[in-house]
Design a protein around this ligand. Structure first.
Ligand code: AGP
Length: 368
C-alpha cells in the first residue's frame, strides 16, 4: 500500500496532487482540430440535440459535479437541464420521459441508488448516458452510450480527482452536443483553449498547499464551517463542504449565496468561519455585496478570489484571502475546489482522523 502511495502519506493527498495528470488523461485524444471528439457519444449526438431536456442524476460528489456542469450544458446546448439526486428521484418516482436524455454520473458506476434510477429511466424510455470512471461497471454496461472520465483508480473514500475529471468530461460533452451551433462558436473556442491550459493552472493552484495547511490549523477547533457560492460555484460550495464533513468530521454546509438573506445570515458572528467563493464571473459584483453584508455583521471571512483581486473583495483587509488562478468562467469550479480539497485533507490530519477511510463511510455505496 505504501508503495502505491509513493511519496504521499495518504491516498486522498496523492489523488489531490495527481489532478494535473488525471485531467490530462481525461482530455487525451479528445480535443481535436479545434473541436471535441467523444467516441462513446458520436452516434447519439443527433438524438441528444433533439431531446426535450437533459436530466442529470447522481449522488454525493458525482451529483455536485453534475451541478457544476449544469450551467454550461444549458448555455452551450440550449437544452433545459434539471437535477436529480438519485434517491430522491426514486422516492418521488419523478417524471422521466422518452424524450429525455438522462445523464448518470458515478465514479464507481456501482452506486445502488444511481443504478436503480438508471433502471427506472430505462423503463421510462429515456436515452441514458453514463459518465463514469470505471470501464466495465454496471453503469457503463447498462447505459446506451457515455463517456469514461479516465481519471485513473481512485482509492480514497473522499472523491477528489474524479470530481474534477467528471466536470471536464461533461464540459467536453456539452461542447460536442453544441458543436452544430454557429452562434456559440467563439465561446466554444475559448472553452477549448481553457481546457488545454487547465492542467497547468491546476499545478499552479496546488502550490497553495502550505497556505491551506495554515488555514486548516486556524480552523482546527471550529465546530462548524459555512461555504457560500453561486452560479458556476454553487457546486463548489456544496462539494467543499461535503469534503470537510466527510473526512474532517466537522459540520459544514455549502450554501447558495443568493439565499444568504433568507435565513443563514442569522448564523453570522465573529466565531463561525465562512468561506465565500468570489472568483471573477458574471456573479462577481453580487458576491462583493455578499462579502460587504457579512463584514458589516462582523463575520469571520475567508474569501476565495481571482489572482490580484484581494483588495477588490476585501478592501479593509479584515478577511483571510485565498487567491487562485483564473480560467474560463465555466471551468473555474475545477480550480476552485482544489484549495477546499487541500483544506479538508489538512483539517483531517490535524484533527487526527482517518483520511482515507472516514468512519461509517464506504467508497462505493452498493446498498440502498
Ligand atoms: C465522495 O467524496 C463521497 N464519498 C460520495 O459522496 C460519493 O461521491 C457518492 O457515494 C457517489 O459515488 P459514485 O460517484 O461512485 O456513484
Amino acid at each position: 500500500e505504501q508503495i502505491k502511495k509513493g511519496s504521499y502519506d495518504h491516498f486522498m493527498q496523492k489523488e489531490i496532487h495527481e489532478q494535473p495528470h488525471s485531467l490530462t488523461t481525461t482530455m487525451r485524444g479528445r480535443l481535436k482540430d479545434g473541436g471535441v471528439l467523444l467516441g462513446g457519444l458520436k452516434e447519439h449526438l443527433k438524438t441528444i440535440r433533439r431531446c426535450r431536456r437533459v436530466v442529470f442524476i447522481g449522488c454525493g460528489t458525482s451529483y455536485n459535479a453534475a451541478l457544476a456542469a449544469r450551467t454550461f450544458v444549458e448555455e452551450l446546448t440550449g437544452i433545459p437541464v434539471t437535477m436529480e439526486v438519485a434517491s430522491d428521484l426514486l422516492d418521488r418516482q419523478g417524471p422521466i420521459y422518452r424524450e429525455d436524455t438522462a445523464v448518470f454520473v458515478s465514479q464507481s458506476g456501482e452506486t445502488a441508488d444511481t443504478l436503480l434510477a438508471l433502471d427506472y429511466a430505462l423503463e421510462n424510455g429515456a436515452l441514458c448516458v453514463g459518465i463514469t470512471n470505471t470501464v466495465g461497471s454496471t453503469l457503463s454496461r447498462k447505459t446506451h452510450c457515455g463517456v469514461h472520465i479516465n481519471a485513473g483508480c481512485e482509492i480514497g473514500v473522499a472523491s477528489t480527482k474524479a470530481y474534477t475529471s467528471q466536470i471536464v468530461a461533461m464540459a467536453m460533452m456539452a461542447l460536442a452536443i453544441g458543436s452544430d451551433q454557429i452562434s456559440t462558436q467563439a465561446r466554444r473556442n475559448a472553452i477549448i483553449s481553457g481546457l488545454t491550459s487547465l492542467p497547468s493552472c491546476v499545478s499552479e493552484v496546488l502550490k497553495l498547499d502550505a497556505e491551506m495547511k495554515d488555514l486548516a490549523s486556524s480552523l482546527i477547533d471550529s465546530e462548524s464551517l459555512l461555504v457560500f457560492g453561486r452560479g458556476y460555484n454553487y457546486a463548489t460550495a456544496l462539494e467543499g463542504a461535503l469534503k470537510v464533513k466527510e473526512v474532517a468530521l466537522m459540520h459544514s454546509e455549502g450554501m447558495l449565496a443568493g439565499e444568504m438573506k433568507h435565513g443563514p445570515l442569522a448564523l453570522v458572528d465573529e466565531i463561525l468561519p465562512i468561506i465565500v467563493i468570489a472568483t471573477r464571473d458574471a456573479c462577481f459584483s453580487k458576491q462583493q455585496s455578499v462579502i460587504q453584508q457579512l463584514l458589516s455583521r462582523k463575520g469571520r471571512l475567508i474569501v476565495m478570489c481571482s489572482k490580484g483581486d484581494a483588495s477588490a473583495v476585501c478592501s479593509n483587509g479584515s478577511c483571510r484571502v485565498i487567491e487562485v488562478p483564473g480560467v474560463a468562467d465555466c471551468l473555474q469550479p475545477v480550480i476552485n475546489i482544489i484549495p477546499l480539497q487541500l483544506l479538508a485533507y489538512h483539517l483531517t490530519v490535524l484533527r487526527g482522523f482517518d483520511v482515507d477511510q472516514p468512519r461509517n463511510l464506504a467508497k462505493s455505496v452498493t446498498t440502498q
